[in-house]
Design a protein around this ligand. Structure first.
Ligand code: ADP
Length: 185
């Protein structure tokens, strides 16, 4: 059985984790959400937000994702991952292992993400309490040709999740759209 990796990239509060969890709920079989913030507490405890540390974080999570996917897991990675070169390295890691990799740009504009401010971090960054915050002081390099670009401004969470499902599992997406309960699929 083959796994795959869906890599959700975007600004803080774009909707990456929300979409990852919504997709995971719809999938049968082994699924793992790798949430960047959670991983920073454990696997990447001690890393900061310089470009070098961000790249280390992305490569670590990329390696874990590739390894899990090699063993049949559907991996949903939700990380800001602001630098294109690091994301490209993660894609290459998957290519070398022969594992499918889908880059999904959760393309919520900063005007919207700073209003959402799910964790209150934009407010703290604007107040000068946090440095190197992506979208305020730090850059975000949007993917040029992602496998999918999601506009959360004009879509519900369910619609965004359905688009990811269509990308990776056309059959599952059809069943989910038809309202078939997960247990009977
Ligand atoms: P991130 O993981 O990118 O930092 P979160 O998923 O934690 O962001 O938060 C995104 C917020 O945006 C949530 O409050 C979520 O309910 C809201 N939201 C509104 N529309 C969407 C959508 N279509 N997809 C994902 N999130 C959405």
């Amino acid at each position: 059985m083959r796994g795959l990796t869906v890599w959700l990239t975007g600004l803080p509060s774009a909707g990456k984790t929300t979409i990852a969890n919504a997709v995971a709920e719809q999938l049968d079989g082994p699924v793992q959400v790798l949430d960047g913030d959670e991983i920073r507490e454990f696997l990447s405890n001690g890393l900061g937000f310089t470009k070098a540390d961000r790249d280390t974080q992305v490569l670590r999570v990329g390696w874990v994702a590739k390894t899990l996917a090699t063993h049949g897991v559907t991996v949903l990675a939700s990380l800001v991952s602001p630098y294109a070169d690091a994301r490209d390295k993660v894609r290459a890691l998957h290519g070398e292992a022969g594992v499918d990799f889908y880059e999904v740009h959760v393309a919520t504009p900063v005007e919207v993400t700073r209003e959402r401010d799910v964790k209150g971090l934009y407010a703290r960054a604007y107040a000068g309490e946090i440095e190197n915050f992506t979208g305020v002081q730090d850059p975000y390099e949007a993917p040029v040709s992602p496998d999918l670009r999601i506009d959360t401004q004009h879509e519900t969470v369910a619609e965004s999740a359905a688009r990811v499902l269509e990308l990776i599992h056309p059959t599952t997406a059809l069943r989910a759209a038809a309202g078939t309960p997960k247990e009977t699929r």
